[in-house]
Design a protein around this ligand. Structure first.
Ligand code: IPD
Ligand code: CA
Ligand code: CA
Length: 280
């Protein structure tokens, strides 16, 4: 028994070191973002409509690749700017960092915040640690599986409010099929009638922090990539919320998915969007 207790204590200490290493990497990434002043010549198109990347997205990713490989050298690394969208079989085992260096690039380019850095760590293909840092408000969100969710060191919980007393946020990437974007707006109208109002932040990772901290009650987006939601999903669940795809199915954490996140207050209600308005 003494041996078991000791090994649990040691594992927890190791986890603390791991978490602190990731938090410090997130702060370092935030410092690069906050110190940047992107100009037109720093912006490149990634193809498709209004799909941009800046030299700072690349700089932040390079920094995180270096910092996180020191924190956990054996972990795989999936970063948005590497373009590795396919979930490889080796991510099923051991650790994988899933990183969005700057989530909210369109905001970042125009000094319209929020933009955040988002670092998810999967263990055996499932969320294990999530860290999201918004350098413009100095808000550091993090969660570790089984240990709760925190904002700047204070434990956070989703709201108990029903949908009718909640704000709803939505995501609408312009680079996917037009019918997908259109259906996001039709659903916005549907939720508008059932909530206080609709919001659109421009950063899906930040939207998930807003759910986790009780500021909003429901968030949806028809298509998100794993790096957009891996960290936020861990934070939402540890704050007592529920995250699924837009049909209410469990997430597989294998790549692109629709996302629907709700608070504890909304989770007990009939909140799923009507099938006839869905295009995913
Ligand atoms: C985007 C943001 C946006 C969401 C898009 C994402 P990026 O990420 O999270 O809110 O609507 O679907 O692609 O391109 O700024 O990293
Ligand atoms: Ca993103
Ligand atoms: Ca990004």
């Amino acid at each position: 028994m003494a041996g078991k207790e000791q090994s649990i204590r040691i594992e927890n200490e190791t986890n603390r070191t791991l978490l602190h290493g990731i938090l410090s990497a997130a702060r370092g990434a935030g410092a690069i973002m906050a110190g940047a002043s992107p100009h037109d010549e720093d912006v490149m198109s990634k193809g498709g409509r209004a799909n941009y990347v800046t030299v700072y997205d690349e700089k932040v990713q390079e920094y995180l690749l270096g910092a996180l490989s020191k924190v956990l050298p054996e972990a795989h690394f999936v970063g948005e700017e590497e373009g590795q969208e396919v979930f490889l079989p080796e991510y099923e085992h051991g650790y994988t960092f899933v990183v969005d260096p700057i989530d909210g690039t369109s905001n970042f380019m125009r000094g319209y915040h929020p933009s955040v850095t988002s670092i998810g760590l999967l263990r055996d293909g499932k969320p294990y640690i999530g860290v999201i840092y918004n350098p413009y408000t100095d808000s550091l969100f993090y969660a570790e599986k089984g240990f709760g969710a925190y904002e700047n060191g204070k434990q956070i919980f989703t709201s108990p409010d029903p949908l009718s007393h909640s704000l709803v946020s939505m995501g609408t990437a312009p680079y996917y099929a037009e019918e997908v974007t259109e259906s996001a707006f039709l659903l916005g109208n549907w939720y508008l009638k059932r909530s206080i109002d609709i919001r659109r932040s421009g950063s899906a990772a930040w939207d998930l922090c807003l759910i986790a901290s009780g500021r909003t009650g429901l968030f949806y987006e028809p298509i998100l990539c794993l790096w957009d939601y891996a960290a936020g999903a861990c934070i939402v669940e540890e704050a007592g919320g529920k995250i699924t795809d837009m049909h209410g199915r469990s997430l597989t954490y294998r790549g692109k998915s629709s996302i629907l996140a709700v608070t504890a207050g909304v989770a007990g209600e009939d909140y799923l969007p009507p099938q006839e308005l869905m295009r995913v």
